[in-house]
Write a protein that binds this ligand. Sequence first.
Ligand code: SAH
Ligand code: SF4
Ligand code: F3S
Length: 563
Amino acid sequence: MARAGVYLETFGCQMNELDSELVAGRLRALGYEMTPNPEDASIVLYNTCSVRELAEQKVWSRLGELKSRKAKDPGLVVGVLGCMAERDGEALIRRMPVVDVMAGPGELDKLPELLDNAVRTNASLAREMPGGIRRADGNLDESALRSAGQVALQGNTSRRSSTLGAAQDDLELLDLSRAISPTDHNGSAYVRITRGCNKFCTYCVVPLTRGAEMHRPPEHILDECKRLADAGVIEVTLLGQTVNHYRFEHAAAESVNGVVQPQKGRAYKGGHDRDPFAGEDVTTFADLLHRIHEEVPAIQRLRFVTSYPRDFGNDVLQVIRDCPRICRYLHVPAQTGSDRMLQMMNRGYTVGQYMEFLDRARSYLDQPEIGRPLTVSGDIIVGFPTETNADFDATLKLLRDAKYKNCFIFKYSPRPGTVAYEKIEDDVPDKVKRERNNEALRVQAEISDEISRSLIGSTLGVFVEGPSKKAKKAAGLSHGQIRQAGQVELTIGGRAGTGEAADGGVATIKPDAEPVQLSGRTDGDHIVFFDTPAGETPASMTGRIVPMRITDADRLSLHGKPA
Ligand code: SAH
Ligand code: SF4
Ligand code: F3S
């Protein structure tokens, strides 16, 4: 019997996207049906991000919108997953009584149980006390809430929990139980190698929401890559907050119920070379990349994010240089170009060391003459407390020197619980943050534009991801459906859809319509737009790597024609 329809919307980083995929797979396996339309769902889930206030505000407004619906339909189950659930805990339910279920990133394995409870309780509460879990005065009925088991299992990430082993074991099982089918991907997939983060940059909430750094056993990672490749995936992106810290010591491996456990991150010992103490018994990040490249050759593109600019050995650069299927792309955030700010942020490197790393990476990997230039992208925070004009000028200089393909620029957002929030006043006025943000974007735009234009006329392999956002909009897909593109079949036969999208995102088309615009990415992560060629359909193109002649460029994207 089909169970309730579930709408799952994801905010935040790639970790969250992967978590959502795992959750959706688990729920499907239990008989729930996923739907791209919130109106059709009796369970609405938001997988949330806490990294900046704006990210949280989006979720608050989504939850606010559900209030009136829930008043009419107390059977509706609303769940908040991910980093906000971990950070805000019960305070979130108190502020937003519309929420029935919460599960932080470390508790997602328990979601089915929580949902099951909530569905049953809400159904009976809807019968017995219209208004759901609220008392007659409109406030939350805490006892109903508790007896319903609706309060999230809080604090299960390893930083707060005393049952670290058990929690990690269960999380590992969630990754291991990943449902991989040949039809529910577009040829590209994420694979987690590391959970959590030990860096404690003073502005950042991630170590608080994701817990301590833990490395997954290499055999589990390889097995997942093989299963994805068997299901037709040709591009894999390895995920970790500081992905180059990956290290697994086999001699210290522990098993629980026959499952090898993820291992706690340790201080990096390698300097610029392979850790001299890492014998055969250790899988370093370089070893892991090499093994995936050699043992799963069906993966034609192997990438990884996010790199930490320190602790990135030459052994990794050598492996990338020597393995043709590893992409020459590094996302390696500097955060600021001021040494004083770097120190206040607790980043653990200087601007000089950062630039030394980029030079080293480029000396190994930048080989435009063989058509494989290295591209680098970054993140910058402007308006960190006490940032002066001189600090900011140093950041602009870093942007000019680093020559990123693109750079995400964020206004500093104080996050409760972080060192910066507790100890340093957020003293840069918002107006100044905004001006610096715009100025940094302007400088970066010139650089991105120049890099993009230098590629006009070249022929690059493009991994086709599917119809572009523009094409999906033209086909009448809603915002929610576009965000959920992985679940939406855009069956518009190589022609742009017109009119409204019918059920399930299937759009109607006119025979004389324009070709559907597709988008894809180069090895170096440049976005390329192009029209579906004659004789092909978006479906036949998606998930393939196609040689593309670059005909035009602007600062964020390239335009091409199949070569
Ligand atoms: N682990 C990655 C980053 C994860 S968070 C790394 O260390 O590079 C993604 C980005 O969000 C960060 O690189 C940073 O630029 C930004 N960020 C994190 N906390 C922030 C805050 N409080 N305010 C503004 N930007 C923030
Ligand atoms: Fe946050 Fe720093 Fe960890 Fe990145 S390395 S997730 S910025 S604490
Ligand atoms: Fe956001 Fe959590 Fe990722 S805070 S950036 S979703 S780790």
